[in-house]
Design a protein around this ligand. Structure first.
Ligand SMILES: Nc1nc2c(ncn2[C@@H]2O[C@H](COP(=O)(O)OP(=O)(O)OP(=O)(O)O)[C@@H](O)[C@H]2O)c(=O)[nH]1
Length: 666
């Protein structure tokens, strides 16, 4: 029976059979080794028993009772940094009774003794968190190898206080809460909530905090300290379980003051719970430090065994991710030849991507980014150009001019000494040039829009493929800018030439011209009739190609009006050919120029900029950037740590599988 347990022979030895210890310890050692390796920095959480409690609730006293050693104790904040306490039963060193203790912090190991450990922790705390009352999240590890202690690893955390004591920063609560949450939030953590019997449990900050991460309390165990100070109503309090503690309560009486030995304290505790009028009524499975030690070792064995398979999986996943990431990093370049090879490899990838997005219209590399769907965006620009061009010419027609007025004015100014029915070529020329000039800026706008877009796209694709070598980005940018300057210049010349050609010569082989002119001239007889009919003051006539038009103002000179109508019809029919030629010609020019840029010009320009100039550009690639160097270093460290961790876990899994540990793991 548990109540008959012998507490005289040490803290908890009698609670645990030696064989049980032998099987738990390797598991615990493996987890402690992983903790030492700091696998949590890789995001892998370890099963941990975390001691939380309000300030001065008795956390350190509980740990002292479990370890049988003195820790810094007192009123006000004592524990200012996380203390990872690894207790190891020294039953293997038969005959050697002396305990061995050491501290690990800030990367160093400091040997200490039972008598000096409290002072050593104070010194270590000062080193980490300063001499004042500030706190820090950097942990101290205390390893205690001592006969009779339970094999346990617990983390003691600073006590929670709402009100900063003198000398503490104003945000002390937030600082402590942050540290505590980081330890208790992972589902692998068991929360050992230390509650003083002297307080109302629901008012404890530590209860509030643990309930935030463990609402049902399934991973919370409560230790009620100072049972000797407030025995009244304690039985009712733990039975009522107002604060939902899933793993149950253990009431203890710690060592009081400095006058008692730990053995004497255990005896006094046993007497207290056996003889006290009220405390003796509490179930024996819920009282005493030996009970607490046994419960903790059982819980610890269970959570470690339960977590190990997941830890193995997490280590393997993380190892794969880190190895893949390292594998995806660009190769380390040692010689100029390496750098040249790598550079042309990048250029090849850039060219392939640009051919896809700008020439062939394949968007597998950027399925969801419309900006990179180059052929579609270029088609939109050309379509908009084809719409804008005729609209622009329309908008440029002289204001306030009546039908045929402009044509008649031009005919007047270009008249010569000719036969009356000869249409003036120069009149057509003047009107056509006016129209062409009025739209000349539209093709210029188009090519400038196209090259702005292409430049942006080329830079982005280039950056993407050369992101590992930001040191060559300036040379690449210069190359792209040079290339774009040349492309813009070529397009400008091309547009100027197209416009000039339209201004100096008029020709079309399109049968549409004659068709359109003939159709418009069908209206000529209607116009003549309207002009000759003086019976009405207005004369609105429907003319094919020009719509319903009032022509009454033309009655003064009907012959000139007929000549002007012919001129207007020719110009309108021919203008369609001009527009078509400009749109098609420019579209072909754009497509041709972009294809040439993607397939040849970019490569030539990049090679000239980066490889030329005495290889200055590629030589820069040999010097790794600080970001790449530190990433490579970080990944290598991570991989080596994870490999070591995997080995640690593999060893223990082999032992578990090989040994008859089923009862421990169940
Ligand atoms: N009578 C009695 N006093 C106790 C008991 N447990 C702790 N104390 C006293 O309560 C005070 C606070 O105990 P600590 O163990 O320092 O409390 P803590 O929670 O670790 O304190 P901080 O880490 O500073 O928040 C000390 O004076 C202890 O001696 C107990 O079971 N009975």
């Amino acid at each position: 029976m548990e109540e008959e347990e012998d507490v005289k022979g040490g803290v908890a030895t009698s609670a645990m059979a030696a064989s049980y210890n032998e099987q738990i310890r390797p598991l615990l050692d493996a987890v402690d080794r992983l903790r030492q390796l700091n696998v949590s920095q890789e995001g892998i959480q370890l099963p941990t028993i975390v001691v939380v409690g309000d300030q001065s609730s008795g956390k350190s006293s509980v740990l002292e009772s479990l370890a049988g050693i003195s820790l810094p104790r007192g009123q006000g904040i004592c524990t200012r940094v996380p203390l990872v306490m690894r207790l190891q039963d020294k039953d293997d060193d038969a005959g050697d009774e002396a305990a061995s203790l050491h501290l690990e912090y800030n990367g160093c190991v400091v040997a200490t003794s039972e008598a000096e450990v409290a002072d050593a922790i104070i010194v270590a705390t000062r080193e980490i968190a300063g001499c004042g009352k500030g706190i820090s999240g950097a942990p101290i590890t205390l390893v205690v190898r001592k006969r009779g202690v339970p094999d346990l690893t617990l983390v003691d955390l600073p006590g929670i206080t709402r009100v900063p004591v003198h000398g503490q920063p104003e945000d002390i609560y937030d600082q402590i809460a942050r540290i505590i949450k980081a330890y208790i939030a992972p589902s692998e953590s068991i929360i050992l909530n230390v509650l003083s019997a002297t307080v109302d449990f629901p008012t404890c900050e530590s209860i509030r905090m643990s309930q935030q991460v463990d609402r049902t309390g399934e991973r919370t165990l409560a230790v009620v300290t100072k049972s000797d100070k407030a025995p009244e109503g304690l039985l009712e309090k733990v039975n009522a379980d107002d604060v939902h503690i899933g793993l149950g309560y253990v009431c203890v009486r710690n060592r009081i003051g400095d006058e008692e030995t730990y053995e004497a304290a255990r005896e006094a505790e046993a007497r207290l719970f056996a003889d006290h009028r009220l405390l003796s009524k509490i179930d024996k499975s819920m009282v005493g430090v030996p009970t607490l030690a046994r419960r903790l070792t059982q819980i610890q064995a269970t959570i470690i065994a339960r977590s190990l398979p997941d830890i193995v999986k997490q280590i393997n996943d993380k190892l794969k991710r880190s190895s893949d990431e390292l594998g995806q990093m660009p190769p380390e370049l040692c010689t100029v030849a390496d750098a040249v090879r790598e550079f042309f490899h990048i250029v090849k990838k850039v060219r392939a991507s640009l051919e896809k997005v700008l020439v062939r219209g394949e968007f597998d590399e950027y399925p969801n980014d419309r900006h990179f769907h180059g052929t579609a965006r270029l088609a939109e620009m050309i379509e908009s150009f084809a719409r804008t061009l005729p609209a622009q010419a329309q908008a440029q027609a002289p204001d306030g001019c009546c039908f045929l007025e402009e044509e008649m004015r031009v005919l007047e100014e270009t008249k010569g000494i000719n036969l009356p029915n000869f249409l003036s070529r120069s009149a057509l020329h003047v009107l056509l040039n006016r129209k062409v000039e009025s739209i000349a800026h539209v093709p210029h706008d188009l090519v400038s829009q196209v090259w702005d877009y292409v430049e942006d796209l080329v830079m982005k694709v280039l950056h993407r493929h050369s992101c590992s070598y930001p040191q060559v980005h300036p040379s690449c940018r210069t190359a792209v800018q040079n290339l774009m300057d040349k492309a813009r210049k070529r397009s400008e010349l091309h547009v100027n030439e197209l416009i000039d050609m339209e201004m100096v010569a008029n020709y079309t082989s399109s049968p549409e011209y004659m068709k359109a002119w003939t159709s418009m001239m069908d209206g000529q007889s209607r116009l003549r009739k309207a002009l000759d009919d003086h019976s009405k003051s207005t004369a609105v006539v429907a003319l094919p190609g020009f719509g319903g038009t009032d022509v009454s103002h033309l009655r003064q000179d009907p012959n000139k009006a007929m000549e002007a109508f012919d001129l207007k019809a020719r110009l309108a029919a021919y203008w369609n050919s001009v527009l078509l030629r400009l749109v098609d010609g420019l579209a072909l020019h754009v497509l041709y120029s972009i294809k040439r840029l993607a397939e040849k010009d970019l490569e030539d320009e990049l090679a000239a900029q980066v490889v030329g100039n005495n290889m200055e550009g590629v030589k820069q690639m040999l010097v790794p950037t600080p970001a790449a160097a530190s990433k490579r270093e970080r990944l290598r460290k991570s991989i080596s740590l994870l490999r070591e961790s995997r080995q640690v876990v593999a060893n223990i899994m082999d032992r578990i599988n090989g040994a008859t540990t089923d009862h421990v793991l169940s």
